[in-house]
Design a protein around this ligand. Structure first.
Ligand SMILES: Nc1ncnc2c1ncn2[C@@H]1O[C@H](COP(=O)(O)OP(=O)(O)O)[C@@H](O)[C@H]1O
Ligand SMILES: CC(=O)OP(=O)(O)O
Ligand SMILES: [Mg+2]
Length: 395
């Protein structure tokens, strides 16, 4: 029997680093963890392996140091990386522009390209790049592979990908809709097709985490998605506005004396649920709602309203709808958000089974009624496994 092969997957994100040591053949994680509160006075590092969890609370100044600590923890607690038979390191990269519809082996040129694309994912690509740089430095003898969030959306139909912006300006500055979270949308839509035993589905995937996006997928191909030039467009998110009239930018620049950077920061980091309710985490928002907080109640209503709007519009884009899948931190765990997103959509053939919706489980499952024309599912995403398997195709 050949020894077990593993892939180290690094998701160096906007505000955290998540990682997994994956067995791509078995589909299991041998170790996983995250670094949070990077740059704050107290950091949080969590490393899980073989049923044990190690936690640290030392400050983590930046992503570079965070990743070094992670690799040191593997050495300290295990599994030892030099004994893990790592055949590839897979890196999540949010923005790959129009160039990639699949994974690529990372060399210096790819590093340059990821850097040049940073203006199109300013919160994500610089952090992804740090992960790649430190990873290549500390693990120089294994191939490193970039798996782009945008790859699944590279071939969106032109009418969905094009903004009604002056053509010359759009072309000169690469302004179009690229989407994001594609690795998750691809993984979850494939799972839904497998569970339902159909490869011709018209389906909607709702990836609702801190960042949140919706996609419309027909027979395995993405035909629309809610994130655009950057991961700011679309759904209401933890701290991001999602869709907003672009004229709000002109208004604030002219009348509130805000600079472009101020407005960027406002839209990306101080808006969404945080801006409406004072909390970005749904668990906190629900706690406030239970206490009678009117801002939190409105925040939650705006959040659900946007989800309903996307479901309706994607049913129209696809000319029908067979399945809706909820995934990511909120989608997998929050029955109130799921019910709110589907409320009043019975006319589309969507009937949520309230009891099934309330069950807590880590398993993929159907939560619509037997007689619902549209099957509603919860499908836990596994971006790390999807990245590991894509990386394996190149090594
Ligand atoms: N039990 C839960 N109930 C409701 N929401 C939850 C629960 N657990 C996590 N969440 C939500 O999931 C979010 C994180 O989702 P995740 O997919 O991990 O996001 P990201 O990858 O963008 O960091 C949290 O901010 C919180 O709002
Ligand atoms: C693209 C994006 O929004 O990613 P995340 O949800 O990890 O912030
Ligand atoms: Mg995520």
């Amino acid at each position: 029997m050949s020894p077990r092969r593993t892939v180290l997957v690094i998701n160096s994100g906007s505000s955290s680093i998540k990682y997994q040591l994956v067995d791509p053949d078995e589909g299991t994680a041998l170790a996983s963890g995250l670094v949070e509160r990077i740059g704050q006075s107290e950091g949080h590092l969590e490393h899980k392996t073989g049923g044990t969890k190690t936690e640290k609370h030392d400050p983590v100044p930046d992503h570079n140091e965070g990743l070094r600590r992670v690799l040191a923890l593997f050495d300290e607690v295990g599994p030892k990386l030099d004994e893990a038979n790592i055949v590839a390191v897979g890196h999540r990269v949010v923005m790959g522009g129009q160039a990639y519809d699949g994974p690529v082996l990372i060399d210096d040129e790819i590093v340059d390209i990821v850097e040049r694309l940073s203006p199109l994912a300013p919160l994500h690509n610089p952090a992804n790049l740090t992960g790649i740089r430190v990873g290549r430095e500390l693990l120089p003898d294994v191939p490193h592979v970039a798996v782009f969030d945008t790859a699944f959306f590279r071939d969106l139909p032109e009418d969905a990908a094009t903004y009604a912006l002056n053509k010359e300006v759009a072309e000169q500055y690469s302004v179009r809709r690229y989407g994001a979270h594609g690795t998750s949308h691809q993984y979850v839509s494939a799972q839904a097709a497998e569970i339902l035993g159909r490869d011709d589905l018209k389906q909607i995937v709702l990836h609702i985490g801190n960042g949140a996006s919706a996609s419309a997928v027909v027979a395995g191909k993405a035909v629309d998605t809610s994130m655009g030039l950057t991961p700011l467009e679309g759904l209401v998110m933890g701290t991001r506005t999602g869709d907003i009239d672009a004229a709000v930018v002109f208004h604030l620049a002219r009348n509130a004396g805000m600079s472009i950077d101020d407005i960027d920061n406002l839209f990306n980091k101080r808006s969404g649920l945080l801006g409406l309710a004072g909390e970005s985490d749904l668990r906190e928002v629900h706690r406030l709602v239970e206490g009678g907080d009117a801002d939190a109640k409105l925040g939650l209503a705006v959040y659900a309203h946007r989800l309903r709007k996307y479901i309706g519009s994607y049913a129209a884009v696809m000319g029908g709808l067979d399945a809706i899948s909820f995934t990511a931190g909120v989608g997998e765990n929050d029955d109130i958000v799921r019910a709110g997103a589907l409320a009043g959509l019975e006319f589309l053939g969507i009937r949520l089974d309230q009891e099934k919706n309330a069950v807590r489980s880590k398993e993929a499952r159907v939560i619509s009624t037997e007689d619902s024309a549209v099957t509603v599912l919860i499908i836990p995403t596994n971006e790390e496994l999807a990245i590991a398997r894509q990386a394996m195709t190149l090594v």
